[in-house]
Design a protein around this ligand. Structure first.
Ligand SMILES: [Zn+2]
Length: 229
């Protein structure tokens, strides 16, 4: 089956778990998400960027995603590029049709990531512990890997939020369940996922050895209050 080869022998596997009955809820797709900007009233900081882009990470998007889905993935990528402020920049390309194993290996060797669309029947989605996952990032922040999007477990409206979270893992962030409303919480809450908060950026800064004060994060009414609960 496509993409199954990379499952073996990878060093990091992070799940984004579905809370009971949340993903099937018709409530709360945020309209703001479709514009790619953070939810209403929130904005990103605008700290001083380096003179030139310091590192590029390529993302190859599976052709099995619809145009609409690819657009939503692009919105998440753009927000991370704002947050990363030129220290790291994601560049998006389209994965070739029916990629051969050597193509996937080459992407990985170059530090790139594939964003793969799978469904619940895929072996990755059926692993123990992954049966409620919405998506998984498998690989390492230094050597590339694959983000599996389990497309039949959530709706298009949540794809940007799920990808914001998974790209946090791509950049080396783990989970943080210590605050309410955090992008990197292990359980997806549809109301939370459309903005890269300072906690998420701080984990990436630590993993990538970047200066937090020169990265950007989402600020605005409600965000601090949610995080401090
Ligand atoms: Zn996760």
């Amino acid at each position: 089956m496509r993409f199954s080869r990379w499952v073996v022998g990878l060093v990091l596997s992070v799940l984004f778990v579905l809370p009971a009955n949340a993903a099937n809820s018709p409530a709360a797709p945020r309209e703001q998400a479709s514009r790619g900007s953070p939810p209403s009233g929130l904005r990103y900081t605008d700290n001083a960027a380096p003179a030139a882009t310091q590192r590029v990470v390529s993302l190859y998007i599976d052709r099995d995603f619809s145009d609409d889905a690819r657009a939503r993935i692009g919105l998440a990528v753009r927000q991370w590029n704002v947050a990363l402020n030129g220290f790291i920049q994601f560049r998006v390309g389209l994965l070739e049709a029916n990629p051969q194993p050597q193509t996937l290996a080459q992407i990985r060797r170059s530090g790139g990531w594939v964003v793969a669309r799978i469904d619940s029947r895929h072996p990755v989605a059926r692993q123990p512990g992954a049966r409620q996952a919405l998506a998984m990032a498998v690989g390492s922040s230094r050597s590339g890997g694959i983000v599996y999007v389990i497309s039949d477990r959530f709706g298009l409206a949540d794809l940007s939020g799920v990808m914001l979270h998974e790209l946090g893992h791509v950049l080396g962030a783990g989970h943080d369940d210590s605050t309410n409303g955090h992008l990197m919480a292990s359980v997806y809450k549809p109301g939370n996922g459309h903005c890269i908060d300072q906690g998420a950026v701080a984990m990436v800064a630590q993993a990538q050895r970047l200066p937090l004060s020169r990265l950007n994060w989402c600020v605005g009414p409600g965000l601090e209050a949610r995080r401090s609960r």
